[in-house]
Design a protein around this ligand. Structure first.
Ligand SMILES: [Zn+2]
Length: 386
């Protein structure tokens, strides 16, 4: 109980939208059974968020509807007000670098909504809501969405747990394909939090940002040339880690890579791009060392595109060797895959890191960073095949 009082104490110091989020965490904390965090049971919180409360609908359906509800003027004002004037001007300039009408403000709102639902731990109810919302979102855009499900013993309880990768196919008939992917689970605990390593992880940048980013890209990807097919893949259980030394990372991407080898589809992926932690307000994207090792030409091609576009936050120098979902794709599936990850969160010079801490919240994320990564990726993909 002591931990709950600590959380409530912290909550009193936070702005309103963070208080709502904290309420959800507290509720999640109280109702947590066997480490399975359920979605927030506090209906009044949801009612505050949703203009039309459909109280006869199950809570999970109401969260799904809320996640996908139209982006309002109020939402846009919230996102723009959180930016500095200089950031807003830069955002306008960045978006002019592509003909595709990317909407990073909507992506920022999606991060906020996803986080309000609480952590999306693999196998949890909030993860199931997120899956249902994504299937609906991409289905409404006219894309086919496949669930790639498989069972694992839960690392903590050993209870059989179903994990699910989502595979969204654009132009499934096209044989020349690339893969753009992210993980959509959150780590069970903020285990690097200096105050409370057992607190729940909001996962705004580490989890929600990849999801929101792919939601932002999706409406434009079918226009990227007449020959290119794209798969968007959401990996489950990137970090279903309760005990670092014991539990395995990358369960979803490993299963995806193994299936690609075991039951080969009738297409081959020419390239893969993994996005992780790309919404950090202080964007610093370096060549990740494993990406250089396995997918050097691809990595350099993307950074070269950024240079040509004048997006200087892509720094064409190696830094950080990161173990991430691109490893199974490169090592098992042999798909040359690069990892776009800003591992200095918030920045190289900062005294503290928000990574895997309770401070990984939406206010640390920026539409400007998602715009920069988005512009580079669509312009790279557009030129990938002519
Ligand atoms: Zn993580």
């Amino acid at each position: 109980m002591h931990a709950i009082f600590e959380i409530l104490k912290i909550a009193r110091c936070l702005p309103r939208f963070e208080i709502v989020m904290f309420q959800l965490f507290v509720v999640g904390f109280v109702f947590e059974v066997g480490y399975q965090t359920s979605i927030a049971q506090d209906e009044s919180s949801l009612d505050q968020q949703s203009e039309q409360s459909e109280s006869d609908l199950p809570l999970s359906k109401r969260w799904e509807d809320y996640l996908l509800s139209p982006i309002t003027d109020g939402d846009r004002k919230w996102a723009l007000d959180a930016m500095t004037e200089a950031e807003r001007i830069e955002l306008t300039e960045v978006l002019k670098k592509t003909e595709f009408q990317l909407d990073p403000i909507a992506a920022q709102v999606y991060i906020k909504r996803i986080c309000e639902m609480g952590p999306r731990i693999s196998g949890s109810e909030s993860m199931a809501v997120q899956q249902a919302a994504l299937i609906r979102h991409f289905g409404e855009l006219g894309y086919s969405v496949a669930r790639q499900s498989f069972d694992v013993p839960h690392p903590e309880t050993r209870v059989n747990t179903t994990l699910t990768n989502l595979i969204v196919q654009l132009h499934p008939e096209r044989k020349l394909r690339i893969l753009i992917c992210c993980h959509y689970d959150t780590r069970p605990f903020a285990d690097r939090d200096p105050v409370n390593p057992k607190s729940l992880l909001p996962g705004a940048n580490d989890g929600a940002s990849g999801v929101a980013f792919l939601m932002m890209l999706a409406p434009h990807l079918k226009e990227l040339g007449p020959r290119l097919g794209i798969d968007l893949v959401f990996f489950d259980a990137e970090e279903l880690i309760y005990v670092r030394e014991r539990d395995k990372l990358f369960l979803g991407s490993t299963h995806f890579a193994e299936q690609y080898v075991r039951s080969p589809p009738d297409h081959r992926y020419r390239a893969g791009v993994l996005v992780d932690m790309i919404a950090d307000r202080t964007l610093e994207l370096y060549h990740e060392k494993n990406s250089l090792k396995y997918a050097g030409p691809l990595t350099k091609q993307i950074w070269l595109k950024a240079q040509k576009l004048g997006i200087k936050d892509f720094v064409p120098k190696p830094k950080h060797e990161v173990r991430d979902d691109h490893l199974p794709l490169n090592e098992i599936a042999k798909i040359p895959t690069t990892d776009l990850i800003d591992f200095d969160y918030p920045s190289m010079t900062a005294k503290e890191s928000y990574w895997h801490t309770a401070k990984d919240t939406v206010d640390k994320c920026s539409p400007l960073s998602m715009a920069k990564v988005g512009v580079v990726l669509v312009e790279w993909a557009k030129d990938y095949v002519k």
